[in-house]
Design a protein around this ligand. Sequence first.
Ligand code: NAP
Length: 483
Amino acid sequence: MDSPLLKNLNGYIGGRWKDPGEDATFDVYNPATGEVIAKVPSMSEADVNAAVDAGSKALRLTQPYSLETRRGWLEGIRDTLLDNKEEVGRILCQEHGKPLKEAKGEVEYAAGFFDYCARHIQALDAHTIAEKPKDCTWTVHYRPIGVVGLITPWNFPIGMIAKKLSAALAAGCPSVIKPASETPLTMIAMFSLIDQHVDMPDGMVNLVMGKASMIGKVLCEHPEVPMLSFTGSTEVGRKLITDTADQVKKLALELGGNAPFIVFEDADLDAAATNLMGNKFRGGGQTCVCANRVFVHEKVADAFGKKLAEKVEAMKVGDGMNEDVDIGPLINKAGFDKVHRHVSDALEKGAELVAGPKPTDLSGKDLFYPPTVVTGVTRDMACFREETFGPLVPMALFRDDDEVIAAGNDTEFGLAAYLFTADPERAQRVAAALRFGHVGWNTGTGPTPEAPFGGMKASGIGREGGLEGLFEFVEPQTVPRGF
Ligand code: NAP
């Protein structure tokens, strides 16, 4: 792929691009066309160790980088991302498949995290507490935890790293970053911009790519990496918990979801349908916060289903580089097959097709899965229990509040949930009962840089965004002074 931001298709260690050398490479595909658009190196264990060493050299404990310096890094990354939104968006669109307008929107979203941390970095300044217990003056410092490993998924190639890297830099933590193998090019583009436009010490940011199990092992076992921040599947999150247990490392985990989207009988159905469309089909349904189970009160189910079907049938599926496209391809064959399996399984077990093709009518020769709505979904169906990660809306009917709260919570996940009702008392009661870190009331919106976001239960540990996220990479150190 031709781009001024992809001149160095390589890792970045200690402030310089790694030499191409003899490294093995892996292919990066455009999922819309099936073409190989780049070959990037599969880096060695020695490279990952070198990246950690470079980070250790950049870490400053006794003479920490000032808040002003760290704010400058954050503002620099924010500005260069915004200045290059078009080109980064173009790269992102081609390696992920999401429509170009969404890809550019993701770059702005990413810049928002650097902006938020820059504006609130003062919160990380040391403070002395008002009381003087035990005849001492107590000062609390926020020390950088150390060199951190940041591992990200393919579904938001720049959004997910922005959440982590902004808070890590705000804390003064050097990082070793590993992007998903499906989408390393957006990350390379970001490093290219940092290299050219942001004045940061060598080793503050390092990029490694290649075999996930090896990179994960080095980061889990290296004594100079006290913390890993990971976004991805719960399965890999569980492995990181096990693999870091010996050294008792700190983990920030943003894992899978299985979001309920609840439409009560008193809801504004047009607003609920419009919000569901925006929530469900962003990224082709491949987001951790997108509705995975849509519960509709039986009194309004037919009316809601009709509204939804009309909107779904008007959507245009295709290559995200075409301006009028609403939904791009799924990321790979495994992603396509999972959606196909979920739709087939639901129909075999008695669900009805409301919109979209029968799975048997699809050729399966490309990665485009048309948006599909089914109704009559029950808990024995795969689409109820597993994260579909694709453009399927599975509707289940309910009769009363207690029933739908129990059904919504009937999952090991606890990331995002949504409820639509005109009754504030009901909204407060249901939101409090839903064990999810994010509960949208009359909105399908996902996270924002200004507010904490993260999961309960098997959806993760910790928060990204907001002041809570800003404090993820610091160790509070308390210094009581006697005289
Ligand atoms: P994944 O398979 O867990 O991969 C995520 C990242 O982990 C990739 O960079 C992957 O590298 C790496 N990885 C794989 N095995 C590893 C190991 N043994 N040690 C260390 N790293 C390893 O997840 P995904 O399929 O990319 O992403 C989809 C999942 O992410 C969904 O479950 C979604 O809900 C979740 N997600 C959650 C949030 C949130 O905020 N909670 C946000 C976005 C996505 P390779 O690509 O090289 O395999």
